[in-house]
Design a protein around this ligand. Sequence first.
Ligand SMILES: *Cc1c(COP(=O)(O)O)cnc(C)c1O
Length: 449
Amino acid sequence: METSPIKQQRNLVTELPGPNSKDLERRRSAAVAPGVSSVFPVYVREASGAILVDVDGNSLIDLGAGIAVTSVGHAAPAVVDAVQAQIARFAHTCFMISPYELYVAVCEALNALAPGDQPKRSALFNSGAEAVENAVKIARHVTGRQAVVVFDHAYHGRTNLTMALTAKNMPYREKFGPFAPEVYRVPMSYPFRDPDGMTGEQAAARATEQIERQVGADNVACVLIEPIQGEGGFIVPAPGFLPAIAAWCHDRGVLLAADEIQTGFCRTGDWFACEFEGIVPDLLTTAKAMAGGMPLAAVTGRADLVDVVHSGGLGGTYGGNPAACAAALAAIDTMRNEDLAVAARDIGDTVVARLGPLQASYPCIGDIRGRGAMIALELVRPGTMEPDAEAAKRIVQACHRAGVVVLSCGSYGNVIRLLPPLVIEEELLADGLDVLAGAIGEVLSAPAS
Ligand SMILES: *Cc1c(COP(=O)(O)O)cnc(C)c1O
């Protein structure tokens, strides 16, 4: 197939969506389950770095990276080479039947990178939800306890157990029950919405007091937490919250499972978001950015815990697919060689420097928060804490019309989040942020009546 290098530049040649995208959208509505929706029905033909080229020849800036997946960039050369070479060697044997080195190498890499220097073991799966399910399986098996504690605004996936773990009803849980039992939800530290002056320690005590009263610490297998919540609204807990939760878990023999599926692999400016406050989880779930766009997920945990699970108790047909493993090794190398953790911090600084000053002109921007290349704006009605999902939606749509892919999130749908590829070029990021700033100006100075 003929390919020309894709310029890292936004360029629109039709309205968005263009005529070819509209044709595909018609085919789609006749063929694809409508329950699977797309936020922006512009069909992609090819992609590179932080640019998506659509089927009409438009070049769009991708500030979502397919939900924090293509951190090393679209079609990252090292990933493409590794996958192509591996597919030509063999695509599948099933690691549980005939093992291969790539699976072992990915586990070695994960064990070395995951927080803490205790001996670790890993197991590989296909999706984030599957990794979370397996972390819970391990925690229950090892502790002999059943309860799993999760937080308000949490997102852990769409399978039956992970729907139960996820906080938001619409669209994730609506009429999909009954849900898995023994899941308990406690308040998250949410500095923007918590009482003024509430410290991380106080927010942790609010949560652990509730666990002790409603569940009983002795019944809890694990506390499962995103160190920075993703889908829930890029909620960064107050300093001291995570260490206090970790200490409570440690004292009560409760395992701490960190879901770093969205935050992991350099996104927040460290390999893992837990590192920021020196948290060492007992179990860690990863996926999204790990394999540069290929489906791969993992549980990494303390060896003395993971080793308790009987032989054959964990696995799956495709888990640790050879091409996905090859992609992961290439993506991890790229992150290390190109120092993408530092790149993530630089992106965060750039985003905050560009968007921060807008807060003074637009009181609807209630909060700008996040860490590294994971920054969000929370929109409220001016002078209140009332979420303004409509404004978020209109800003996102204005960005889309201008050829910049941004995503919304949040329990109230009022958060605009940025998750650019970590390799995005400075000028391209600046252009994307200008478009976002322009969209904010357009929508917030002319509020819908
Ligand atoms: C995306 C996500 C998941 C689910 O991953 P899938 O691959 O979509 O199953 C779980 N936890 C967090 C924190 C996520 O961001």
